[in-house]
Design a protein around this ligand. Structure first.
Ligand code: PLP
Length: 381
C-alpha cells in the first residue's frame, strides 16, 4: 500500500525538473559563487538568475532578495536584523505566528525590547482593535503572517500595514505558506520585509529568502565573508538556490491550476468532514486553497494521526513544525477554542498530485478509524 501525502504545508516533494536543474551544481559545476575563475562565475550567474526568478515570483526587484538557508532563518533575520537597527521599543507579533517569528521576538526582550502579542478572533483573523490599542505604546516593528500554516486563514495585511504606518512602525510578514498557493505582490503588500521558503513549493530544503524593502536598514544575523551584500555571510548553497529559483518560476506558472485543484479537493473533503461531525476551524474566512484544519469531540489528534498513518494517509496534528509537542495548538488556543477540542486537531493540506479518489478513500478510512477508536475508548471506560 502506498502512502498518500496530505501534509503539503509541512513540506513538499522536490519537483523532478528542479532536481534536474540542481544536479550540475552538485557535480561538475561545483564552484564557489565568490570565486573569480570560470567555476565561480558560472555559480554566480546561476545564483543571480535564481534571484531574478524569486523576485519575479513575488513582484519584487532582484536586489531586494536576500537568500537564507530557510524560512526560519529569514524570520529570525527580519526580527533581529530590523530591531537591532532601531531604538528599543515594542515588537508586536500576532498570537498565531509560527514560533520562528514569536520566539525571536521574545528573545529580543533580553536586549531591552518589549515583545507583545496581538490577539486574533475566533476565526484566526487579527483583532484590529487590539492592534490599534497596543500600537499606542511606541512600536517599531509589527510582524503578522500573510496566511496561517494551520488554519490557512489569510490576514488583511493592507489594513494592518495602514494602521502600523500611522504609528510609524515597520511591518514584516511571513509569507511562507502563501508562496505558490495564491499570488503574492511584494510591492503591493507595501510591507518592509517578507519571508518565503523553498521546500514548501517543490524546491529543495536549505533555501529561503527575506525580501527587503530598500527603505529598511537591517543588520545581518550572520557575519563572515560578506556574501549577499554583507547581509548574509556564508558560501552560497548554489544548488539549493538554483532549485529555489526554478521552483518559484514553476509555482507561479501552476498557480491557477494549484488553486482550483486543491480547493476542489478541500471542499470535497470538508463536505465529508462535516457529515462525520467535525468542527472546522477558520472556514468562514478567506484561506489559502489547500488547507483544512478540523477536530472531532473526544478524539485525540495524535492518536488519530497515527491511526490514519497506519491506514496509508499522512496528515498533521496541529503545527507539523512542533509535532513533538503534546500541547494543543497555540493557534487554536489563541482563537479561543476549547482545550479538549484543540487537542483533537488534524490538518490536511493538499498538493497538485492528490486526487478526488484519495480524498474519498480518506473519508472512508477516517469514518472507520473514528468508529474503531471510539469503540476502544468505550470498552476501556
Ligand atoms: N513560517 C511558517 C508559516 C511555516 O509554516 C514554516 C514551516 O512550516 C516556517 C515559517 C519555517 O520555514 P522553514 O521550514 O523553511 O524553516
Amino acid at each position: 500500500m502506498s502512502q498518500v501525502f496530505f501534509d503539503h504545508n509541512s513540506t513538499t516533494a522536490l519537483r523532478p525538473e528542479v532536481l534536474e536543474a540542481m544536479l550540475p551544481f552538485m557535480r561538475e559545476q561545483h564552484g564557489n559563487a565568490t570565486s573569480r575563475h570560470s567555476f565561480g562565475r558560472t555559480a554566480r550567474a546561476a545564483v543571480e538568475h535564481a534571484r531574478e526568478q524569486v523576485a519575479d515570483a513575488v513582484n519584487a526587484h532582484p536586489s531586494q532578495v536576500v537568500f537564507t538557508a530557510s524560512g526560519t532563518e529569514a524570520n529570525n533575520f527580519a526580527i533581529h536584523g530590523i530591531a537591532s537597527n532601531l531604538c528599543h521599543g515594542q515588537i508586536l507579533t500576532s498570537a498565531v505566528e509560527h514560533p520562528c517569528v514569536s520566539r525571536p521576538a521574545l528573545a529580543m526582550q533580553s536586549r531591552g525590547w518589549q515583545a507583545r502579542r496581538v490577539d486574533v478572533d475566533a476565526h484566526c483573523k487579527l483583532d484590529l482593535h487590539h492592534l490599534h490599542n497596543v500600537l499606542a505604546t511606541p512600536t517599531n516593528l509589527v510582524s503578522v503572517m500573510l496566511a496561517n500554516n494551520e488554519t490557512g486563514v489569510i490576514q488583511d495585511l493592507a489594513e494592518i500595514v495602514a494602521l502600523s504606518r500611522q504609528y510609524k512602525a515597520l511591518v514584516h510578514t511571513d509569507a511562507v505558506q502563501v508562496l505558490g498557493k495564491i499570488a503574492i505582490d511584494f510591492a503591493d503588500l507595501n510591507v518592509n520585509a517578507m519571508t518565503i521558503s523553498s521546500h514548501k513549493i517543490g524546491g529543495p530544503l536549505g533555501a529561503g529568502a527575506l525580501v527587503i524593502d530598500k527603505r529598511v536598514d537591517i543588520q545581518p544575523l550572520l557575519y563572515g565573508g560578506g556574501q549577499e551584500k554583507g547581509l548574509r555571510s556564508g558560501t552560497e548553497n548554489v544548488a539549493a538556490i538554483v532549485g529555489f529559483g526554478l521552483a518559484c518560476e514553476l509555482a507561479v506558472k501552476s498557480l491557477a491550476t494549484f488553486s482550483q485543484h486543491t480547493q476542489r479537493l478541500r471542499d470535497l473533503c470538508e463536505t465529508g468532514l462535516v457529515q462525520l461531525g467535525a468542527t472546522l476551524f477558520g472556514q468562514q474566512e478567506k484561506r489559502i486553497p489547500n488547507t483544512s484544519f478540523f477536530a472531532f469531540e473526544n478524539m485525540d489528534g495524535e492518536t488519530l494521526v497515527m491511526a490514519l498513518d497506519r491506514k496509508g494517509f499522512a496528515v498533521a496534528s496541529g503545527s507539523a513544525c512542533s509535532s513533538d509537542s503534546t500541547e494543543p495548538s497555540h493557534v487554536l488556543l489563541a482563537m479561543g477554542v476549547d482545550k479538549d477540542l484543540a487537542r483533537g486537531a488534524i490538518r490536511v493540506s493538499f498538493g497538485l498530485e492528490n486526487t478526488d479518489e484519495q480524498v474519498q478513500q480518506f473519508l472512508k478510512v477516517l469514518e472507520n478509524e473514528l468508529a474503531r477508536l471510539r469503540n476502544l475508548t468505550a470498552v476501556a471506560a
